[in-house]
Design a protein around this ligand. Structure first.
Ligand code: FPP
Length: 251
């Protein structure tokens, strides 16, 4: 029975492999605690299940030819507004992913990048992030970007500060600043803009996710909470994306 299910899941993946047209997918993983409460579980169990869903969907993205997968794991607002205990729990899940699951990322050829401000994060997490980024630096089959202590406006502020320092050091002429210069100072200037952004759990907003990069991204909202999100639902979103007409401001 298990192998039949596996076979059918593989066929499903093969059908969608390399056909989605999505190079960069972003997901705003929302609804962890609501999912847990609806199951009668403690709220943090939602984060635990959310981390499991993340593993499944990251693998599915790779099977479908999506080479950059970015997830919103913790916003700058989450960091200041969530209870200490919840943050500790989330940091524990992240540390687990960046240490115990590191071999799996390497085996998959997936490069890890963490976008966001390191200050404000525990030093033990900063250390494992650095190690995971270094250990996967040569992986070329895809990139998984984790937004942690991330805010889209904060990212633009940080880019502007870096450019300001260059101007102060006479290394840049302010008259020659254009969009490409700002883009080159974002946290990962090499990543193309996201083609599609999915937000789970019914909220229909982007909450500062990849603010600069998302101006022409297609948006897909689903009521499904993140812990219950499946590869079938991913395929539904990818199918919907294929029907969209991306004009980038043209006719
Ligand atoms: C939003 O749901 C989700 C988060 C604030 C955390 C997302 C984190 C994970 C999925 C866990 C692991 C991350 C890594 C990198 C392994 P919410 O808690 O705001 O849910 P609610 O809207 O139902 O309250």
């Amino acid at each position: 029975m298990v192998s039949i299910q596996k076979n059918s899941a593989m066929k499903h993946a093969t059908k969608h492999a390399k056909t989605s047209g999505v190079t960069h997918l972003g997901i705003i993983m929302d609804g962890n605690r609501r999912w847990a409460r609806a199951q009668g579980l403690p709220p943090f169990k939602g984060h635990e299940q959310g981390a499991k869903t993340l593993k499944v969907i990251a693998r599915a993205c790779q099977d479908r030819g999506i080479t950059i997968f970015t997830v919103y794991a913790l916003s700058t607002e989450n960091l200041t507004q969530r209870a200490h205990k919840e943050l500790e729990f989330l940091f524990g899940l992240m540390k687990h992913a960046f240490t115990k699951e590191l071999d799996e990322f390497v085996a998959q050829g997936a490069r890890i990048k963490v976008l966001g401000r390191r200050e404000g994060l525990p030093s033990s997490l900063i250390d494992v992030i650095r190690h995971a980024e270094d250990a996967t630096a040569d992986c070329t089959k895809g990139t998984i970007q984790f937004c942690i202590n991330y805010g889209g406006r904060a990212e633009i502020v940080d880019a502007v500060k870096a450019i300001g320092r260059e101007i102060a050091n006479n290394k840049r002429d302010p008259n020659h600043i254009d969009e490409s210069i700002i883009a080159a100072h974002l946290y990962n200037p090499d990543a193309p803009d996201p083609d599609l952004i999915i937000r789970t759990s019914g909220e229909q907003r982007v909450s500062g996710f990849l603010t600069w990069q998302s101006v022409y991204s297609e948006l897909y909202f689903t009521p499904t909470p993140w812990p219950a999100f499946t590869t079938e639902e991913l395929d539904k979103a990818l199918d919907e994306y294929k029907k969209r007409s991306r004009r980038f401001g043209g006719s």
